[in-house]
Structures are given as structure tokens and as C-alpha cells.
Write a protein that binds this ligand. Sequence first.
Ligand SMILES: NC(=O)c1ccc[n+]([C@@H]2O[C@H](COP(=O)([O-])OP(=O)(O)OC[C@H]3O[C@@H](n4cnc5c(N)ncnc54)[C@H](OP(=O)(O)O)[C@@H]3O)[C@@H](O)[C@H]2O)c1
Length: 283
Amino acid sequence: MRELMNEDGWELHGPLEGRTIGRVVESRADALPVGAIVFHRQAWRTHSIVTADGANVLPDFEGVPLSAHLSILGGTGLSAWVGLTRVARLQADETIFISAAAGGVGTAAGRIARLLGAGRIIGSTGSAAKAAHLTEHVGFDAAFDYHDGPIADRLREAAPDGLHVYLDNVGGEHLEAAIDVMRDYGRIAWCGAVAQYNTPLDPPPAPRNLYDVVGRSLRLEGFLVRNNLDARPELYDFLVPHLRSGAVVPDETIVDGFDRVVEAFLGVLTGANTGKMIVRIGD
Ligand SMILES: NC(=O)c1ccc[n+]([C@@H]2O[C@H](COP(=O)([O-])OP(=O)(O)OC[C@H]3O[C@@H](n4cnc5c(N)ncnc54)[C@H](OP(=O)(O)O)[C@@H]3O)[C@@H](O)[C@H]2O)c1
């Protein structure tokens, strides 16, 4: 969303789009009956007019909180799933590093990696409190505050035998550090680059060690979740039983009130959230 603002993606003074869940209050479409709970992309509005093509009735997974469809079962969790399974092809017992680990994609990736049998899961985040949250509540084996000295040094301490996989949500120095610490034939799934969204005219330098990708036979592959929407049934099959049993809890920061939507959005760019940032404007 932040990137679209750099790229003339949105009309000035128009309401912004985004992912949302709502209840149908009035309908002329048989596919969207009144009362149905739907997912659509016309957020930053209290009420939206959608077409039957532009909204999906959400599956009713009894025992799973609705908000999960915006977090670990939504595009956020799907990004983590695709990055780990399709792009990085994480294997049991492997060591994985996840950046922006306390955010929406990061927490989902940590939980999914654990369920996939990862050996050691390491995360970076913006404060000591969030790092402690990751190890105490999300199932990470180690986590560090990326303000705390060179990232490559923190990573080497946390992964003395090197990394098999890196899920990159940050870019810049994080990516350079991960390349430094990757094992031969390691795989990097590049999901995002939050370190550069606010400074589009002055992005951090590309990793200076990029050529190590050749020397150590690494694979660095970017991906977009929207090109992998066919993976959603896999994600549902994999996660819904764990959500129902309570073994997995969606990680979310809930902000109440439509008038706080801008504050919530800006908060994602400064680390105000743990897990997916969600604005709640109704019950
Ligand atoms: N490829 C795709 O299709 C796809 C789909 C969804 C999301 N994404 C990308 O995935 C990443 C995570 O998205 P999300 O929606 O789950 O957001 P998020 O992780 O919930 O929020 C972003 C987090 O990034 C951290 N951050 C902010 N500025 C930073 C900086 N300069 N350096 C390091 N960390 C910083 C903040 O936490 P700290 O306190 O830890 O700093 C913040 O909580 C983003 O880069 C996003 O663009 C890609």
C-alpha cells in the first residue's frame, strides 16, 4: 500500500483501498445475500458498494476467529506460506531467518515454519520487547533487535552453522547480512523491502556482497502473493485444524475506530504493530 503511494497507484483525495471483511447489509446479488460475511478490497470506508465479482463470501471455519481471514489465513499468511513452501522450499530441521519477524507476515511465517518442522527459527525485529515476544509467545528459537549492532554479527551468534533459508521482508542491510551468513545452496525468498518504502528516492544500497550468490550457489527469488492465490486451499488445509485446536493463534494488533485508520497505517511503518495490524470499526 505504501509503495502504491509512490507509484501514482491511487487517486489523490480518493478513498484508499485495502483488504477488509464486512457484513452484507443490502443486496441485489444472489451470490451476496444480506447477512453474509464477505472479504473485499474496498477498505478505508465504513460502507462499500461491491459487485459479486469483487467480493467473496468467506468460508465459515467454526472455531476460527473471523479476523484470521485478514491475518494468518489471509494474504498475509498466504505470503508466508508461499515464501516458505513454494519459493524457499523449507525442509524439516533447516535453519531459517525471518526479518520483520514480529509483523504480520513474519509471525505467520514463524508459526508455519515451526509446523513444517524447521530446526531453528531466528527473527529480527525493532525492539527488545518484540524480540522477547517472538521467543516467548510465537515459537521463535532466537530473536534480536536489529538496532543492536551489525545485523550480520547478531545473525552469526544466532545461527553459528549458517542459514538454509531466509524470508526477507526488509531488504537493505538485512539482505546483505543474510547473504553473508547463508550456507552453500541456501535459498532466499524475497517478500518485501520495508526498509526502503519511506525513502523511494534514496533506497538503501543493494547488497554489496550480491556476487556471493554465485560463489555459494545461493538462490534468491522474489515473489508476489497475488500470483500464487491458487495456494490458498493448501493454506486452509494446513492451518485450519491448528487454528481450531488452538495450537496456532492469529497474531494481531487491533486498533478500534475508523478515525484511527491513518494512525494504524502509519504505525505499520514504524513498528507499532505486533502481528497483523487490523482496524476494527464494528463488532
Ligand atoms: N510479496 C508479496 O506479495 C507481499 C505480500 C504481503 C506483504 N509483503 C511484504 O512483506 C513485508 C511485511 O508485510 P506486513 O504486511 O506483514 O507488515 P508488517 O510486518 O506487519 O509491518 C511492517 C513491520 O516492518 C518493520 N519495519 C518497519 N520499518 C522497518 C525498517 N526500516 N527496517 C526493518 N524493519 C522495519 C516494523 O516492525 P519492527 O518493530 O520490527 O521494526 C513493522 O511492524 C512488507 O515488506 C510487505 O511489503 C509482500
